[in-house]
Design a binder for this molecule. Structure first.
Ligand code: NAP
Length: 353
């Protein structure tokens, strides 16, 4: 029996994780946490708001699913990695913002980091049991979001409602807006760099509108392995929670004869500058990825609240990145300071935009 702690239990990932846990006799939900939605009775131990690591201390889980949205998920990521508890990671923002600190915590604690992001779960599976020198490069796929194929002019007046209508995935509001700007793929690029130890020039992003191929790994002998399946987060959630068992899920096997199309295009970097901004922030390193993430969180919230136009998101993030020194964080205090500075700068910019 695997003891599961689910942090972020009321969100899109959290609800799907509850379904997976309920259906699997080998998984036992011992603790659940949310940010503000009451969840009394959902698990033997529950918490709403406050520091979820206090709950984790009491719960003694075998695996923690971090399904919190945003930088707020960082304490959960560090707690699991530091203690050698398996971490099923949906909360990409924590690894983007604190990549080096998280990997150092994992080095000390020895816990497994099992990606839940579908592209990273796919890449993890393609790379499993291969050595680093066999891998040539990684390809992450992007659906392109609701505005794929549009020009900058077409995006002038888009509303939050239009941006929230994702063509292939049903997700929480923040990641859905990130998918519309391609910031989500930018965050995933940085996440992949830390998860797989690949330099940025060996990680490519391609647009694949039907979201059937989740990632591809090219090997030095000319072979490329791809991971295919219907876009359904229950698959990577189940894979991470039941690893290495690969338990059954209700998701049907892929029916290729029913007209599955596999198209790939280069992303439109001029219309969607959040993707190249992430690449540059990642390559510059230090606290630039943390700044990118924090500025994006503030800009997305401002867009959803009607305080910033859709096309204002990337300039707000770019201006904040230009205003910071990006010095590496020696510890969590440094990182928190970088995160707070980026939020302050972006908030100020969004207020005048
Ligand atoms: N949704 C997807 O399909 C998908 C796919 C890949 C990766 N991800 C990643 O998974 C994460 C969650 O995404 P989501 O779409 O599930 O978001 P979501 O639907 O907005 O849910 C966020 C969850 O986080 C909780 N939360 C927020 N602040 C918290 C805090 N301080 N302490 C504890 N819980 C807190 C929320 O609780 P309340 O309900 O109380 O606010 C909610 O349960 C994100 O990092 C996202 O990028 C999501």
């Amino acid at each position: 029996m695997k003891r599961v702690a689910l942090i972020g239990a009321t969100g899109s990932i959290g609800r799907q994780a509850l379904e997976i846990v309920a259906a699997h006799p080998g998984l036992q939900l011992v603790a659940a946490a949310s940010g503000s939605t009451p969840i009394d009775g959902l698990a033997p131990l529950t918490q709403t708001g406050g520091d979820p690591t206090e709950l984790l201390e009491r719960a003694e889980p075998d695996v923690v699913l971090n399904a919190v949205v945003g930088f707020a998920g960082l304490p959960v990521t560090l707690w699991a990695l530091e203690r050698g508890v398996d971490l099923a990671l949906a909360n990409k923002e924590s690894l983007v913002a604190a990549g080096e600190l998280a990997l150092a915590a994992q080095e000390r604690g020895g816990g497994r980091l099992l990606p839940v992001d579908s592209e990273h779960s796919a890449a993890f599976q393609c790379m499993e049991s291969r050595t680093d020198d066999q891998v040539d490069s990684l390809v992450l796929t992007a659906s392109g979001g609701p505005f794929r194929g549009r020009s900058r002019d077409d995006l002038e007046d888009v509303t939050p409602e239009e941006a929230l209508a994702h063509p292939t995935w049903s997700m929480g509001p923040k990641i859905t807006i990130d998918s519309a700007t391609l910031a989500n793929k930018g965050l995933e690029l940085i996440e992949a760099h830390f998860l797989f130890g690949l330099p940025y020039e060996r990680i490519e992003v391609v647009v694949h509108p039907t979201s059937i191929v989740h990632a591809l790994v090219r090997f030095r002998d000319g072979a490329t392995l791809a991971h295919l399946g219907y876009p359904d987060m229950r698959v990577p959630i189940s894979y991470a929670l039941t690893y290495p068992e690969r338990a059954a899920t209700p998701v049907p096997p892929l029916d290729l004869a029913s007209g599955v199309t596999l198209e790939f295009h280069a992303p439109d970097l001029a219309t969607f500058p959040m993707l190249p901004l992430a690449r540059t922030a990642g390559e510059r390193g230090g606290t630039y990825p943390c700044t990118y993430n924090a500025a994006n969180e503030v800009a997305v919230a401002a867009f959803l609240e009607g305080r910033l136009p859709f096309l204002g998101i990337a300039p707000a993030v770019e201006e904040t990145l230009a205003a910071v020194d990006g010095a590496p964080a020696r510890d969590l205090d440094d990182l928190t300071a970088a995160d707070e500075e980026a939020r302050r700068l972006t908030e100020k910019g969004a207020a005048v935009a």
